[in-house]
Design a protein around this ligand. Structure first.
Ligand SMILES: Nc1ncnc2c1ncn2[C@@H]1O[C@H](COP(=O)(O)OP(=O)(O)OP(=O)(O)O)[C@@H](O)[C@H]1O
Ligand SMILES: [Mg+2]
Length: 353
């Protein structure tokens, strides 16, 4: 994303807006001024609440929606202005998977996977060979003759993924593809997507409302709120230094950023008179994640800290963690300076008496 030009990007949004006709001639601005570049081979996660504009954004990449402002390109081709044969050619480069799989109930696993190839006019023999390859690729060996009703959710999504890959696209779009699956099945499907990304060099744009999905496979991410991108960049950077409130609220559940209720209810935004504690968020990134910094703070400076909440996680290959601590407010500045000197990030969240 960063430093990427539209020309070199797998997917590029430049100043994209989308307005729908609303009731009584009013307009609904589903997207406004969206600029985002996705590098070839990246897995870019778009996270936002319901109605934020995620699906609208995704559907522009394969021309299911057209922008009312700005430009959407796939591998340099202007999707928003393409029609007829040019649009069909772009669509063959873009596969899509869905929350509810969208399989044809009347077709078998093999029949569903073959569908895009039949539509593209591929002869029967190459279709059979390709479908057999895809079935093996997504781990559905032995299930070619089953119907969707005879499959688990995870198996159905594997069929969806194989079907999306049938025409050998360069880009895969995923609209909440794991939202209907249990956590364990979600993990296996995300692993499959990560393998496909790595082995086929496929660029993946996935939308989700779950930060854990972004954390587990996205190299890059963007946060969308009310039709605008409020924050974007490498996933690790955003997890370790979230700047927007929306991002922080999404992160709360996965990274120990949420204050326990008994503290949150007592928090003051200024230091009160008399003795008080300063509540500090400490972010550990990279190798510091496992350093015993708080015990060093106690032994080297004699500053005791209370741990209020915390979590250590992995984002891609990197460990990082957040700790919410409180220290005697009189020594807060000293404690923060010490932690910062040792490569940690700190932020004062407030004070408690
Ligand atoms: N065809 C349409 N006509 C009118 N308004 C639409 C249309 N499609 C979407 N919208 C509106 O645009 C906004 C964004 O919708 P979108 O489906 O992109 O949200 P989303 O982020 O995917 O939400 P969810 O997480 O619930 O799927 C919403 O206010 C929605 O009501
Ligand atoms: Mg949606």
């Amino acid at each position: 994303m960063t430093g990427m030009t539209a020309a070199g990007a797998a997917i590029s949004f430049e100043g994209v807006g989308k307005a729908f006709d609303g009731p009584g001639g009013a307009w609904i601005a589903a997207l406004q001024d969206v600029t985002l570049q996705v590098e070839p081979g990246a897995i870019c996660g778009i996270i936002g609440r319901s109605g934020a504009g995620k699906s609208t954004l995704l559907r522009m990449v394969n021309g299911l929606e057209r922008p009312t402002a700005g430009t959407v390109t796939v591998a340099g081709h202007d999707v928003g202005r393409a029609g007829g044969a040019a649009l069909r050619a772009i669509r063959r480069e873009v596969g899509m998977i869905f929350q509810h799989f969208n399989l044809l109930a009347s077709r078998t696993v093999a029949g569903n996977i073959a569908l895009p190839l039949e539509i593209a006019g591929t002869p029967a023999d190459p279709i059979r060979a390709r479908v057999a390859d895809l079935i093996a690729r997504v781990g559905l060996d032995g299930l070619a003759g089953r119907y969707p009703a005879e499959l688990s959710g995870g198996q159905k999504q594997r069929v969806g993924i194989a079907r999306a890959l049938a025409t050998s696209p360069k880009v895969l779009l995923s609209d909440e593809a794991t939202s209907a699956l249990d956590p364990e099945t979600t993990q296996t499907v995300l692993r499959l997507l990560a393998d496909i990304n790595r082995e086929l060099g496929l660029t993946i744009l996935l939308i989700t409302h779950e930060m854990a999905v972004v954390r587990d496979i996205a190299s890059h991410m963007a946060v969308i709120e009310g039709g605008r991108i409020v924050e974007s960049g490498p996933t690790y950077d955003i997890f370790t230094r979230p700047t927007h409130l929306t991002t922080r609220s999404f992160l709360g559940g996965v990274t120990g950023l949420t204050l326990p209720a008994f503290i949150a209810g007592k928090m003051l935004d200024h230091r009160p008179d008399g003795p008080s504690e300063e509540v500090i968020r400490v972010t550990f990134a990279g190798t510091h994640a496992t350093d015993p910094m708080l015990s060093k703070l106690a032994t080297e400076l004699g500053i005791a800290s209370n741990i209020l909440a915390g979590a250590i996680e992995e984002v891609g290959p990197h460990p990082f963690g957040n700790l919410l601590i409180s220290v005697d407010a009189a020594r807060g500045a000293e404690a923060r300076a010490y932690l910062e000197q040792h490569g940690l990030l700190t932020e004062v969240l407030g004070h408690v008496r």
